[in-house]
Design a protein around this ligand. Structure first.
Ligand code: 26W
Length: 721
């Protein structure tokens, strides 16, 4: 990019009387004039994902272009504060970890110069915007395009026609530059051609509890898969025409969970259309696809009913049947036991449905979990049969996060301190951070670090005051639990611990508690009743403790609204303690844990997901680990776990938990709190009481919160480790 030309033009820009949106579009469009996508390499990796949680691109792109500092100065000369663009909303085309990981991979691929291309859906409405009304979550459609979308280029001439049995849809690509050592492209497809067609890229994860909902999900997944395959094949044919012998050598296709698995039968369909036999097409598919699994939760493992598939994608259904037949033949030939054949079967007879994970595992050249413990669990349980016969297919690829966004952009002050210690190389090759190991921080560096952390807290508290109208005063230790709201992530356990802290403080038991603030950020899926109840409960607790003038000088809470990527950037830079407290074995990896850690927070967590690797790397003494490990949890699942016994034995906990039903708090008569209480003490048709083992870990959690609080007082040691 001709930086100087861009900066010269920017200097000439007249900014007078232009609002944030107008300036955003003018400056972004100007930058886009100077960005060219790199020549597509012959050998490319393609990343297919139903979600890309890109967040705000403005600052990130200017940083990647190496002009963020200069733009900030030029705008300041013209009387514009670059923070003005905080008003521009994130592009939230994703739900959570899987989508943000995809965005971080795209960032990093470009940054280190790998030809890595992303394929996704350009949803009209991304993840909803969250509002709180009397402590309840309300969803507001996220019309993210109202600010314009100057960083994408519509490529009408490269559109694809996607054919269903009952309709035809235009897949129109919008290309977003991924800027770094090379400029790759994130290609997001928009569905056009009719009102029904447009619904396909209308919203992220449309509800799939009705048949129509399921059909729409299938259409979305096939739409993404077929558009991507069509694009990859078209580019290949420009080079090699109908000769497919180089296809696998020049293309690898990464399936980000099972949502794009239709790309497998679609590639076979397209190759057969071009004259390949099923056998040769299958062979190519088995060389081209890799599959990443992100979750072991049964409700997230997709099965698509064959009747539904036949209704709108009969050819795809037939190819899936043939894939299943090949799998059965090969499994038998390779000596899979009958149990293994059944467990690994692509077609699940009892459900009259295809297991998209088993289909992916049969075809994929490589299969990876997203943290060591998770990769072990999927080898031992989920895909045990395939692992028994093809161990070479399985790898662990622990998640990573883009340090450009989560450290450089989020925390320039800490970045500068790092540069002083180890030079700037870490900004591209993050492993350079290892140089810090051979290194004992001087008093002066520690003081600088503490000062930086203090500054980031001030910035965050100011932002929260503006955004939430909540004032957080003075020097406090910041505990943060920010992530999607899900029972297995156990925000409810933190709620009980916070309530207990308040009661103990009230009763004078915590004389020397370091002033603390508990910061929550979470969105619940709109249909997830319990998660919404937990949000309301936490808001009720926060209201109670913040109002108590006896104690709110030392203990307050805040639940930020509309937690998103941009909010996360501020929170990870400011927090002292990262709360990562999922039930062991259930958080595949986590990525927030890494973002907090790289900004100098300690991890207070369970031995789950990537927390285990964080503890290994950063040292047990630098983290605050508690709770049952995965083997104990699995034993408890088999029997002998008595949550009600725990409540009988621990009256102080019983007092906290009983607030769900004793009238201390109100859920407006919606029944959320009673249902939560029952889930812990009675269970439900689909699970035993307290099926995320909150009461097994709760007391240890509380003691650990107090331990880190006490240790924090010796601040230099606290940060030194
Ligand atoms: C609604 C259907 C559905 C179900 C599951 C959509 C998306 C999923 C994903 C598998 C959920 C997800 O985002 N999983 C998270 O992936 C992260 C990236 O690997 C991990 O760090 C988190 O541990 C995992 O929960």
């Amino acid at each position: 990019m001709e930086r100087e030309l861009f900066l010269q033009e920017l200097r000439k820009l007249d900014l007078h009387g232009k609002d944030a949106k107008r300036l955003y579009n003018e400056i972004s469009s100007l930058a886009m004039k100077y960005i060219q996508a790199s020549e597509k390499a012959k050998r490319c990796a393609h990343y297919l994902s139903i979600e890309f949680l890109i967040g705000r691109v403005f600052y990130n792109n200017l940083l990647e272009l190496g002009v963020l500092q200069e733009v900030s100065e030029i705008l300041k000369e013209k009387g514009v504060d670059i923070a003005l663009f905080e008003e521009i909303e994130d592009a939230a085309l994703g739900n959570g970890g899987l989508g943000r990981l995809a965005a971080c991979y795209m960032d990093s691929g470009a940054a280190v110069g790998i030809p890595l291309y992303g394929y996704g859906i350009r949803y009209k409405y991304g993840l909803f915007r969250q509002k709180f009304e009397d402590g309840f979550q309300k969803e507001v459609p996220d019309d993210w395009q109202r600010f314009g979308d100057p960083w994408s280029i519509r490529k009408e001439d490269e559109k694809q026609i996607i054919r269903f049995a009952d309709m035809q849809v235009n897949a129109v690509p919008y290309d977003m530059p991924l800027i770094g050592k090379r400029v790759n492209v994130l290609r997001l497809y928009q569905a056009e051609g009719s009102e029904n067609a447009e619904k396909i890229s209308g919203v992220l994860y449309p509800p799939d509890d009705t048949e129509d909902g399921k059909l729409l999900r299938i259409r979305q997944e096939y739409f993404l898969s077929a558009a991507a395959i069509g694009d990859i094949v078209r580019a290949y044919e420009k080079r090699h025409g109908n000769d497919y012998k180089y296809f696998a050598a020049e293309n690898s296709i990464q399936l980000n969970d099972t949502h794009p698995v239709f790309a497998i039968p679609e590639l076979i369909r397209v190759l057969q259309e071009r004259g390949q036999t099923f056998r040769s097409a299958l062979k190519i598919a088995k060389q081209v696809f890799n599959y990443t699994n992100h979750t072991i939760l049964p409700e997230a493992l997709e099965h698509w009913n064959v009747r539904l598939l036949k209704k709108i994608l009969p050819e795809i259904a037939d190819i899936l049947v043939k894939i299943n037949t090949s799998a059965k033949y090969i499994h038998k030939k390779e000596g899979y036991t009958p149990q293994e054949c059944a467990a690994a079967s692509a077609y699940v007879h009892s459900r009259r449905a295809f297991s998209m994970a088993n289909t992916a595992v049969f075809i994929a050249n490589k299969i990876n979990g997203v943290a060591e413990i998770h990769s072990e669990i999927i080898k031992r349980d989920l895909f045990a049969a395939e692992y028994a016969h093809h161990p070479e297919k399985f790898e662990n690829v622990t998640n990573g996060v883009a340090q450009r966004r989560w450290l450089e952009l989020a925390n320039p002050e800490l970045s500068a301190l790092l540069d002083e210690q180890i030079g700037q190389e870490w900004r591209v090759h993050f492993e350079e951070l290892n140089k810090l190991n051979a290194y004992t921080a001087t008093e002066e560096t520690l003081a600088e670090f503490i000062q930086v952390k203090g500054k980031k807290k001030e910035q965050l508290f100011r932002y929260i005051e503006k955004a939430e109208g909540v004032k957080i005063g003075g020097e406090r230790i910041v505990y943060a639990q920010v992530k999607r709201l899900h029972e297995y992530k156990r925000q409810l356990m933190t709620a009980f611990a916070l309530l207990r802290l308040y009661y103990d403080l009230k009763e004078g038991k915590l004389k020397d508690l370091t002033p603390s603030v508990f910061l929550f950020g979470a969105k619940s899926a709109p249909s997830y009743f319990r998660a919404k109840g937990i949000i309301k409960y936490i808001n009720e607790i926060i209201k109670l403790i913040n109002a108590d003038t006896e104690t709110n000088g030392r203990l307050t809470g805040v639940f930020v609204t509309e937690y998103n990527v941009s909010y996360a950037e501020k929170i990870v830079a400011a927090a002292d303690v990262s709360l990562q407290v999922s039930t062991a074995g259930l958080e595949a990896s986590g990525t927030g844990n890494m973002k907090f850690m790289m900004n100098g927070a300690v991890t207070l967590g369970t031995m789950d997901g990537a927390n285990i690797e964080i503890v290994e790397k950063a040292g047990k003494e630098n983290n605050y680990i508690f709770g049952a490990h995965v083997d104990e949890i699995e034993n408890l699942r088999k029997g002998g776990y008595d949550p009600n016994g725990f409540l009988k034995e621990h009256l102080e906990w019983n007092k906290a938990v009983k607030t769900l039903i004793d009238g201390t708090f109100s859920d407006g008569g919606e029944g959320y709190f009673r249902e939560l209480y029952n889930s812990l003490t009675i269970g439900a048709s689909w699970h035993k009481p307290d099926h995320y083992f909150i009461f097994r870990d709760l007391d240890e959690y509380y003691q650990t919160i107090l331990r880190v609080n006490a240790y924090y007082r010796f601040r230099a040691d606290f940060v030194a480790n």
